[in-house]
Design a protein around this ligand. Structure first.
Ligand SMILES: C[S@@+](CC[C@H](N)C(=O)[O-])C[C@H]1O[C@@H](n2cnc3c(N)ncnc32)[C@H](O)[C@@H]1O
Length: 335
């Protein structure tokens, strides 16, 4: 088969937002959940979702053309492996990610030009406040954000525990630990280990519920606070996954300095993020970087940039451990 010509590739790239919004609408309507028991007719689905049946048919036909749902005849649709990703009842569900992507993220990307022209976050321009403040004031969106983090980063957890040996960590602090899904996996794998989950107070309320449901309340302390003011003492390893990339160098250095203040001399810093490769190498992080530009105001970094950042907070970068996912474990020790 002949390779597509640049014109065709460009057409596909330019219509990227079509799939973002089609997937968003399917996720928002909960269509995948409605098909768990088996195929259903368009009329039935339209009634269940309070939508216009002929238009819902067009949505599902379009999605089926990309392998998401399938028409089994007589305007009846069924799940496919891709559509299963939008079910809300499966571990690692990407339904919340599709919803978040089609709402705040879509809006912020719609103002990418503003961010490129000014270097400022388009999210603040649109919503009048920084994203984490917005989430603290909008509980429904905050719950979607927590779940979306599992959808986008959940697969990284096993990749991290496969690649990195945590066996000599006694107490692991997960700074900005979100809903606790990462700590749940690590503490379950290492029964001797204790944990500290630290995040903004509203987030920790939700994390307390999920850690307790996982039976980890007695091994994991949950603490609410602001990492720009301090981080809790008491751990010998401080892990931050997708935290440092949310912030510019100045703010990231402040967080790392707070870790430095409480880290014992033998302790370690574990930053879990993508490391941007040089040159034109394709890399998810090179576009995720634009999400960081438009939403929180952070950035993805190269290994040299991590080295410099660590140094500015009193750490030396001891090693970068790659994983089978898009992230590496960037380990730091006190200088
Ligand atoms: C991109 S999410 C990453 C969540 C989690 N570490 C993961 O890998 O899924 C960033 C986290 O930082 C938390 N956060 C943001 N600002 C914070 C602050 N000032 N102090 C503490 N946590 C904060 C957010 O609530 C959120 O849970």
């Amino acid at each position: 088969m002949e390779a597509p010509i640049p014109h065709e590739i460009m057409n596909r790239m330019l219509s990227g937002y079509w799939s973002t919004q089609a997937l968003y609408v399917a996720a928002k309507l909960g269509l995948a959940d409605l098909l768990i028991e088996g195929p259903r007719s368009i009329d039935d689905l339209a009634q269940a979702t309070n939508t216009h049946a002929p238009s819902l048919y067009r949505l599902l036909r379009g999605l089926a053309s990309m392998g998401v749902f399938a028409d089994v005849g007589n305007a009846r649709f069924t799940l496919t492996p891709l559509a299963e990703c939008l079910r809300s009842d499966l571990p690692g569900s990407q339904r919340a990610l599709a919803i978040m992507g089609g709402e705040e993220h879509y809006q912020a990307w719609g103002e990418l030009l503003y961010s490129v022209q000014t270097g400022k976050t388009s999210f603040d321009k649109l919503y009048g406040m920084p994203i984490f403040e917005f989430l603290s004031k909008n509980i429904e969106q905050a719950k979607v954000f927590d779940a979306a983090m599992v959808g986008v980063h959940g697969r990284e957890t096993t990749a991290m525990t496969d690649a990195y040996d945590f066996s000599d960590v006694k107490v692991l602090a997960d700074i900005g630990g979100g809903n606790g899904s990462l700590l749940t996996t690590v503490l379950t794998k290492y029964p001797h280990m204790k944990g500290i989950l630290y995040d903004l107070p509203g987030v920790t309320e939700r994390a307390t519920v999920s850690l307790s449901a996982a039976g980890l309340s007695d091994r994991c302390q949950v603490m609410g606070g602001n990492f720009f003011e301090s981080v809790p003492a008491g751990a010998d390893a401080y892990l931050m996954r997708h935290i440092i990339h949310d912030w510019d160098d100045e703010k990231a250095t402040t967080i790392l300095r707070h870790v430095h203040q409480v880290l014992p001399s033998h302790g370690r810093l574990l930053v879990v993020e993508g490391v941007i490769p040089p040159g034109n190498t394709p890399c998810f992080g090179k576009l995720l970087d634009l999400t960081m530009l438009t939403l929180p105001g952070g950035k993805e970094r190269t290994d040299d940039e991590f080295r410099t950042l660590f140094k500015s907070a009193g750490f030396h970068l001891s090693r970068i451990v790659p994983t089978s996912a898009e992230v590496s474990i960037i380990e730091g020790k006190k200088q």
